[in-house]
Design a protein around this ligand. Structure first.
Ligand code: AMP
Ligand code: MN
Ligand code: MN
Ligand code: MN
Length: 286
């Protein structure tokens, strides 16, 4: 008799990833192919404020008969007090009018912010940023990551982390505050589009534990469904701590690599599991 290994009975989920529809470097067909290679069974594509990558991903899965379930997702930028908080939507109806309208407004903000970023960088003596960044954006949604990549290519820093620090974060010359929607608006649009809303990467907002609890209380109070508790790279104990917070605030638990591009420390499906006692965001998925 064949022995069933643990790996063969576990479904591997990755519910946060990006394509060239926003700031990822793989086109949707490459991303789904890579997910299969990495042993992922269920993948959510969650581009920044756009769902444009999903159609090609679904088409590829169908054409190549890939053993992969695609979850229609999105990552919406919101403003909560002075913080930019990301809300992931899972299993959304991408044709829902209210959601489409919200994403359209968000992309308008992105476009205007991008122009303003370019102007500000020009003022400090870095010309041609708009043209350079747009070239990298192609048909996708413009993000600060595109500016960072252009600035690196143009020799203004050795990597994206460095140019973010030098030019693109709060307090630096190229930082332009964005007029994102509220958490409440994002949750409402996701919920009306039939999806679940997930607070993305709660460990990445540089919040004190007190502030994080306030954010979670607000998110849950507005009808948020879940929070991410697992990522590829986490400080020891963070997964369990976030799992406990999810329970404290009655939120389901999600996980995702937030994959943008092949690199040595973040990979699709890598190190993604829920801590003991967590209620999975997918528990009621049929
Ligand atoms: P935006 O939504 O336009 O503000 O762009 C945010 C995106 O830029 C994030 O989703 C990341 O992909 C990327 N990003 C943000 N901060 C950094 C950083 N410090 N280093 C590298 N990439 C970053
Ligand atoms: Mn990104
Ligand atoms: Mn994010
Ligand atoms: Mn993301």
């Amino acid at each position: 008799m064949d022995t069933i290994t643990e790996a063969s009975v576990l479904t591997r989920y990755d519910l946060h990833s990006h394509t060239t529809a926003s700031d990822g470097l793989l086109i949707p067909s490459e991303l789904v192919q890579r997910a299969v290679t990495m042993g992922v069974d269920v993948l959510a594509i969650t581009d920044h404020d756009t769902t444009a990558g999903l159609a090609q991903a679904a088409e590829t899965i169908w054409q190549r008969n890939l053993p992969l379930r695609l979850i229609n997702g999105v990552e919406i930028s919101t403003l909560w007090e002075k913080y930019e908080i990301h809300v992931v939507g899972l299993n959304i109806d991408v044709a829902h009018a209210g959601l489409c309208e919200l994403l359209y407004e968000q992309s308008q903000h992105r476009f205007h912010r991008a122009q303003e970023i370019s102007l500000r960088l020009e003022k400090i003596g870095i010309p041609g940023v708009w043209q350079g960044a747009s070239h990298l954006v192609g048909n996708g949604q413009v993000t600060r990551a595109h500016f960072a990549r252009y600035l690196v290519d143009a020799g203004h820093g050795k990597n994206t982390a460095e140019v973010f620090k030098k030019y693109l974060i709060k307090g630096k010359a190229g930082y332009v505050p964005a007029l994102w929607c509220s958490i409440q608006q994002a949750i409402e649009a996701i919920s009306r589009a039939g999806g679940q809303s997930v607070l993305a990467h709660p460990g990445r907002y540089h919040l004190s534990i007190k502030e994080l609890r306030r954010l979670l209380s607000h998110f849950a109070g507005q009808g948020g469904d879940a929070m991410e508790v697992a990522q590829c790279q986490q400080a020891s104990g963070e997964r369990e701590q976030l799992g406990q917070l999810a329970r404290d605030f009655n939120l389901l638990a999600s996980l995702g690599s937030d994959f943008h591009q092949p690199c040595s420390w973040i990979e699709l499906g890598h190190k993604l599991w829920l801590p003991a006692g967590a209620e999975a965001v997918w528990r009621d998925w049929s």
